[in-house]
Design a protein around this ligand. Structure first.
Ligand code: M6R
Length: 604
């Protein structure tokens, strides 16, 4: 988990590398570095801290170079020190490398290289790569062969970009970690994600596992690991570069919360027509042979999966949401071609989710992914992909993608209920599908009228924050708590409302506000559970429509428009996103880059 970038072409590379790294910082921000070829060796600049600190340290005396590589790190092997920052170099500084992923056999490689006289200066797994490359350069007939020998020795996952001193070229390879080529009229980029070079080009080539490439000023040569030439299609990305910037907001998170109406319009567009669900590659009958559904996902995506699971269970379909990291050990029972495994992942690169997805595929299940990123590993590995179309999400806290995932899964649940034998559509499905197009407008209403800031001010000094809900709103409560703890660093927990009395109630005091989610479904019991907490002194913040009965007893109220319960839960979630955002702001937290986290978790 890290972001890499590389660039070759006319003119100076450093500025483009650094601005690319700024757009990749959501992948990690412990340390950063760049290396350029400048006619007198490879110059490396790296340090612990964020990219802005690297940028400040790059004074005008930095030698220029037209070919370079860069890296922003999320530590896996060794703390975030200057020494552990990438790029890493070889024994004689002949080679410099940036790497995203994990080299599982680095200890053996290090040992072997030490025996040949190599000395290492960092704790990282990555450092073996430049040393190994340099070792192979000694005897290989050419540099390409030496690079191929190097990557073939690596076990684990990697997206690698390397420079060799004195050569106008970048060597690259992918196995298990994302790597994308950007083509811009004689200028070529490599990056872990498209926003790194979106200011320069929208024409991209996605590397597949086992792909290698040599980038030269004259063009790019792609091969497999045997050296056979391969051709990959050039794809045009229609992302607005503005989408990858803050667009005038103080934080990406606030921008992403506020642009949910647009994201949701894109998610929904064309997918409900004349009261029928229309899901591109999933026409009626697609799921005729499905008996069971497993969701695999992590974090926020897992909460969206819980939403999906609840809807399928309501339709009488056997469905279970698994935390992807637990799927292998959870023994969900034998899977077969009649098991549909749905991997829910915003990035499409989460290692735990990919692990579960691959296992399910190996065991013969039908595997689809619900993802935001076209060209992601999940989209390429699953049998089919259903895109949530939320646009790039940069803030580490997932916001608009949760809403778009939940809507996509809600529509998918209708298709599944139509297809699967014995399942039944909910009685109010017509109303649900009619009102889905109101959702962007209702989110707008929430954004315009919210009192979330005042609620955050009222309760931020509290000791703990509880979130409760029942059924679909259990998923919303859990998501509300995850968001809150992730960006405020305050203790927050989300519970099925009925669970409060089975333990958590012992923690309830006047200093533990309880955010209770009411969407018009199973609300009576949640109200009772909220009152039980209130009787122990906890202030109740009701997230509910204006005329809900709970308003008479609640201490505070976050209002949501009246709509179908499936969409009401998502409106409640927007209010909770805003409370978390304003609380984190009051506490002066680094909202877009919470400590110890990264947007895309590509390690297990
Ligand atoms: O990219 P994914 O949806 O697979 O990511 C899964 C989680 O890492 C992610 O949702 C995480 O929990 C969020 N940062 C929470 O806001």
């Amino acid at each position: 988990m890290c972001g890499i970038i590389a660039r070759i072409g006319e003119g100076d590379a450093i500025t483009k590398l650094v601005s690319g790294l700024e757009n990749l910082e959501y992948r990690g921000y412990d340390s950063a570095g760049v290396a350029v070829q400048n006619g007198s060796g490879i110059s490396v600049y790296k340090r612990s801290g964020q990219v802005s600190e690297l940028k400040d340290s790059l004074v005008s005396s930095v030698p220029k170079g037209n070919v370079g590589i860069g890296h922003t790190r999320w530590s896996t092997h060794g703390p975030p020190t200057d020494e552990n920052a990438h790029p890493h170099t070889s024994q004689t500084d002949e080679v410099a490398v940036v790497h995203n992923g994990i080299i599982e056999n680095y200890t053996e490689l290090k040992e072997m290289l030490r025996e040949k006289g190599h000395e290492f200066t960092s704790d990282t797994d990555t450092e073996v790569i430049p040393h190994l490359f340099e070792q192979y350069l000694e005897d290989a007939p050419d540099n390409v062969t030496a690079f191929r020998q190097t990557v073939r020795d690596l076990e684990g996952s990697y997206a690698v970009a390397a420079l060799v001193d004195g050569e106008d070229a970048i060597y690259a390879a992918r196995q298990g970690s994302p790597l994308i080529l950007g083509l811009d009229n004689g200028e070529y980029y490599l990056a872990s994600d498209v926003p790194a070079f979106l200011d320069h080009t929208e024409d991209v080539v996605y590397f597949e596992d086992g792909d290698m490439a040599i980038l030269e000023p004259t063009g790019v040569t792609m091969t497999d690991m045997e050296g056979n030439r391969i051709n990959r299609d050039v794809e045009h990305i229609d992302w607005d570069p503005e989408d990858a910037g803050k667009g005038g907001y103080d934080h990406y998170m606030l921008k992403e919360i506020n642009t949910q109406p647009n994201a949701l319009s894109n998610t929904i567009e064309g997918r409900v027509q004349d009261g029928e669900v229309n899901l591109e590659d999933f026409p009626p009958g697609t799921f005729d042979n499905v008996d069971d559904v497993h969701f695999v996902a992590c974090g926020t995506s897992y909460h969206a999966a819980l939403y999906g699971q609840q809807l399928l269970s309501n339709a009488g379909i056997r469905a279970q949401a698994f935390r992807a990291s637990e799927y292998v050990d959870a023994s969900p029972g034998p899977v077969s071609e009649n098991t549909l495994v749905i991997a829910v992942t915003q990035s499409g690169e989460t290692a735990d989710t990919l692990g579960a997805l691959r296992q399910a595929k190996t065991e013969g299940a039908q595997v689809i992914t619900v993802t935001n990123v076209v060209g992601s590993t999940a989209a390429r590995t699953a049998d089919e992909a259903l895109f949530i179309r939320a646009g790039p999400e940069i803030g580490v806290a997932a916001t608009k993608t949760f809403s778009s995932q939940a809507v996509t899964l809600s529509l998918l649940s209708v298709r599944l209920a139509e297809d699967i034998d014995g399942a039944s559509l909910p009685g109010d499905v017509d109303e649900m599908l009619e009102t889905v197009y109101d959702l962007p407008k209702h989110v707008d209403q929430v954004l315009e009228t919210t009192n979330a800031r005042a609620i955050a001010e009222k309760y931020t000094d509290s000791e703990s924050f509880f979130f409760i809900g029942r059924g679909l709103n259990n998923a919303v409560a859990k998501e509300g708590a995850l968001k809150f703890k992730e960006i405020t660093y305050e203790h927050a927990e989300g519970f099925a409302s009925g669970e409060l009395k089975h333990g958590p109630l012992a923690l309830v005091t006047p200093d533990t506000p309880v955010f209770a989610v009411f969407s018009g479904d199973g609300d009576g019991k949640t109200m009772k559970n909220a009152e039980e907490a209130q009787a122990r002194g906890a202030p109740i913040v009701a997230v509910a429509s204006a005329d809900h009965d709970v308003i008479d007893i609640a201490d505070s109220h976050l209002e949501i428009p009246e709509t179908h319960p499936v969409w009401a839960g998502l409106l409640a979630n927007v209010q909770l996103q805003l409370v978390s955002y304003y609380a984190a702001r009051l506490l002066d937290r680094p909202i877009d880059k919470p400590r110890n986290l990264a947007k895309s978790v590509t390690v297990e």
